[in-house]
Design a protein around this ligand. Structure first.
Ligand code: OKP
Ligand code: ZN
Length: 341
């Protein structure tokens, strides 16, 4: 199984993020996350770890707004020139756009609050390069699956499923899974399933009015959990996409049996749309003991999730999202990938 990993991810390593109550904590989405997974796969002969080739910006612009891309590319340099004595190692706004009715302001901090949704996406000197490398991993995985019908794994960092067409949030800047799904559309109908603990709001937004990519997300109830404003059961798509999105919110502390029963519903829906290919947003922050999740999914159940999805027997691109118990990340990802490799 081809695995795409870019060393550029090391260039995104903000020192901090801000939690609720204004608590400044060390950044949870660390470079060691990706390295732990890479090391686990490198020790298994079934995986070929490859650097992505540069497929350029055009496939990214098929999903993302040019103004947002330009913001990601230029905002750190612009931040250095803002005449204030604020710390300049990271651009992080403290005011956010409310329901996006207003145009993007000229001010850099105003634009940052327009394009970012929370305090987990500091933009540092190497952030754009890392984000671009992560997107290229997803695009390379999709290109290989498109050409060969073989399963691939995009070892993406930063993750992507919270990023929408013109915004970032939740450690995500570009939506890697959406890029992969878009790149697979020449095959026909695409199904995308997000199993990260957090609702895939960005993916939901991107495909909300489209039928050609059927999206589903199983996650912690947004009444209780980040991202709060998206991921409810009644959100099922609009216009051409009406009926082509499904959310499965689950209560805090969900365990294996309830989770696997929910997965069975999602699998049934995938079979109904008869897709030509599958994209999986793989977050392993559903497992017990995760630093950012409350679910108590076991590694054995995660392996079952992978095994069940593999029975669809579809060309599949698996894209890494969250998972914050770094010591277990490699083994958890391996457990999921086992049936696909
Ligand atoms: C990213 B992914 C907790 C704050 C949580 C953002 C979480 C992003 C999760 N106090 N901040 O879906 O794994
Ligand atoms: Zn998550």
């Amino acid at each position: 199984m081809n695995v795409y990993h870019s060393r550029l991810h090391h260039l995104h390593h903000p020192a901090f993020e801000v939690f609720d109550g204004g608590v400044r904590v060390p950044y949870y989405e660390t470079p060691s996350r990706a390295e732990t997974v890479r090391e686990a796969l490198a020790g298994d002969a079934r995986f070929d770890i490859l650097p992505p080739e540069d497929l350029g910006i055009l496939p990214i612009l098929a999903i993302h707004d040019p103004g947002y891309i330009e913001f990601l590319q230029t905002s750190y340099a612009r931040w250095q020139d803002v005449p204030t004595d604020y710390p300049k190692e990271a651009l992080l706004p403290a005011t956010f756009a409310l329901r996006r009715d207003a145009p993007r302001p000229r001010s850099l901090l105003g634009a940052a609050g327009y394009h970012l949704m929370d305090l987990s996406v500091p933009i540092t000197s190497g952030s754009w390069q890392a984000v671009y490398g992560s997107a290229q991993c997803a695009l390379n995985a999709a290109q290989h699956t498109l050409a060969t019908r073989q399963n691939t794994f995009a070892l993406c960092r930063p993750p992507g499923h919270h990023a929408g067409g013109d915004y970032g949030g939740g450690y995500c800047f570009l939506n890697n899974a959406a890029l992969a799904a878009q790149a697979l559309t020449p095959l026909g109908q695409i199904a995308l399933l997000d199993v990260d603990y957090h609702a895939g709001n960005g993916t939901q937004d991107i495909f909300y009015a489209r039928a050609d990519v059927f999206t589903q997300s199983i996650h912690a109830d947004p009444n209780e959990e980040y991202p709060y404003y998206c991921g409810y059961e009644h959100e099922t798509g609009i216009e051409a996409g009406a009926g082509y999105h499904q959310n499965y919110p689950l209560p805090p502390y969900t365990t294996d049996e309830d989770y696997l029963n929910t997965l069975a519903h999602a699998l049934r829906r995938i079979r109904e749309v008869q897709p030509a290919a599958l994209v999986i947003s793989l977050g392993v922050d559903t497992l017990g003991g995760d630093a950012l999740g409350t679910f108590r999914i076991s590694r054995a159940a995660l392996a079952q999730v992978g095994a069940q999805l593999a029975t669809l027997n579809l060309p599949t691109v698996i894209v890494l999202e969250g998972g914050y118990k770094t010591a277990d990340l490699g083994d958890n990802v391996l457990a999921f990938l086992d049936s696909f490799a």
